[in-house]
Design a protein around this ligand. Structure first.
Ligand code: 4AD
Ligand code: MG
Length: 446
């Protein structure tokens, strides 16, 4: 059976079962005496064979094209040894009906002819609703579900509670420049950049918590890894030290990869998308920010900062440099202890070096940063000071500040971009193919 609607019509005969199958034409190969159709539905693929004669000379048969929806009746047989068909079976069709014809222009839309890359990319995005019908594009979406479920299962095993914080908020988390503002009944409000602050307010009542929610960022530059709307896997852990946070992140990634690879169906998608994938060895490489900029400067030729100069302490490690680094080192890196000045207001300082924070980014080969996390400033006065230093008015944050007043604790957490994680596992060039309908500057359709 291809799907639940496909029913067996009769008993198994000597040759095979008589079945009725619904699906769409994935691939069509008309030959002199026989027409081969690879039929698909959202669940799988089936080879169907129509003998010429009445069956393929009808008016309906003229309407056969990629994506035509059909119902087919026939006999299911195993394929002869050596022949190649999905699941080693084929349907010998003796009756069919076209349910929904399709124009035969899909090849022109989805096959790259001599076209400039950007024109082609735009065409793929305009036609995403059709592109999704392709084997690779749909495999990424199917794998995405496995990945998401693997996160949920891993958190359950580790006894984290799932919560669902609001998306409509009046506080920023990751800086004012990427806020999406809108009018909330006459008041200024934003689409959330991160659920972190809300997670921090519930560890006291619920213990370790996580959420998988949308986050929104008005990213005003176009890159391979920035979306305006993305799926954010975030967690917050109570009563921990920085080392515990690093160990936990490593364990989570390891569990998720194991779970995905343990599933036969998911392994099938991995085989289509990223056949060379291997689970990275544990532990991941740990590197402090200061070591990283030394490393960048030491390369031959040196990998410069955004202005083209050697990196100095306090410089951001920009996307290009980060990518070069992960490509050369070619294994996951836990990059830690970023300077206070280039990190968010809420990050706790390293008590042994007050210039830096107890922060971590996880960098993956081919993608770069997939996780950002830190220990949180848990001292009340220090937090009030941090608001001031960052020009943030503390009033809207009263509920966040209160956590430091009523039984504060050492705690920390992180956020992981699901699309970036998927881009890494499924070997996608950009996060845009890891989202059902991606959103970024200049694109809000389909
Ligand atoms: O590093 P970020 O900005 O950290 C936070 O938002 C923290 N408040 C999370 C936390 O501690 N709970 O974002 C975390 C991750 C990044 O590492 C990246 O994977 C992803 O979110 N991300 C994006 N993914 C796609 N498009 C964007 N514009 C993204 N911005 C961040
Ligand atoms: Mg970050």
């Amino acid at each position: 059976k291809l799907n639940d609607k496909s029913v067996e019509l009769g008993d198994e005969t000597k040759k095979g079962a008589r079945v009725k199958v619904y699906g769409r034409i994935h691939h069509l190969r008309p030959q002199k005496h026989t027409t081969f159709i690879t039929l698909k539905d959202g669940y799988g693929y089936l080879q169907c064979i129509l003998q010429s004669g009445d069956l393929t000379k009808s008016y309906d048969a003229l309407m056969f094209a990629q994506e035509t929806a059909l119902v087919l009746h026939g006999e299911m047989r195993s394929v002869p040894a050596g022949a190649d068909a999905p699941d080693n079976r084929e349907l010998h069709v003796d009756y069919y009906k076209v349910l929904g014809a399709a124009p035969s222009d899909l090849d022109a839309i989805t096959n790259k002819v001599s076209m400039q890359q950007d024109v082609w990319d735009a065409q793929m995005l305009d036609n995403r609703h059709l592109v999704l019908r392709g084997e690779n594009a749909s495999a990424v979406m199917k794998l995405r579900e496995f990945v998401e479920l693997a996160f949920i299962d891993s958190y359950r095993e580790m006894q984290f509670r799932k919560v669902s914080p609001p998306a409509m908020v009046q506080t920023q988390v990751e800086g004012g420049s990427t806020l999406f503002k809108y009018d909330y009944y006459g008041e200024e409000a934003y689409l959330t950049q991160s659920s972190q602050l809300y997670l921090e307010t519930v560890i006291q009542s619920l213990g370790n918590v996580y959420c998988i929610e949308k986050s929104f960022r008005a990213e005003k530059s176009l890159t391979r890894r920035h979306l305006s709307e993305y799926t954010h896997v975030e967690a917050e852990l109570d009563f921990i030290e920085f080392e515990d946070l690093l160990d936990h992140i490593e364990e989570l990634i390891s569990r998720v990869v194991d779970k995905v690879l343990a599933d036969e169906t998911a392994r099938g998608y991995m085989k289509t998308l990223n056949p060379g994938f291997e689970k990275p060895a544990l532990p991941f490489l740990r590197m402090r920010y200061e070591e990283a900029i030394e490393w960048l400067n030491k390369q031959d030729p040196p990998i410069p900062n955004e202005e083209g100069n050697p990196h100095v302490f306090g410089d951001d490690i920009a996307e290009a440099a980060e990518r070069r680094m992960t490509d050369i080192i070619n294994r996951p890196i836990l990059l830690t202890h970023f300077p206070v000045e280039i990190k968010a207001f809420y990050m706790k300082k390293d008590p042994n070096d007050l210039r830096v924070t107890e922060s971590v980014d996880v960098l993956m080969p081919g993608v770069g940063e997939i996780v950002g996390g830190s220990m949180r400033m848990d001292d009340y006065d220090e937090l009030i000071e941090a608001y001031k230093k960052n020009d943030i008015s503390h009033e809207p944050y009263y509920w966040y500040t209160d956590q430091r007043k009523y039984g504060s604790s050492p705690h920390g957490g992180y956020g992981l971009g699901l699309e970036r994680f998927l881009a890494w596992m499924a070997n996608q060039h950009t996060v845009r193919t890891c989202s059902l309908y991606s959103r970024f500057m200049g694109r809000c359709k389909p």
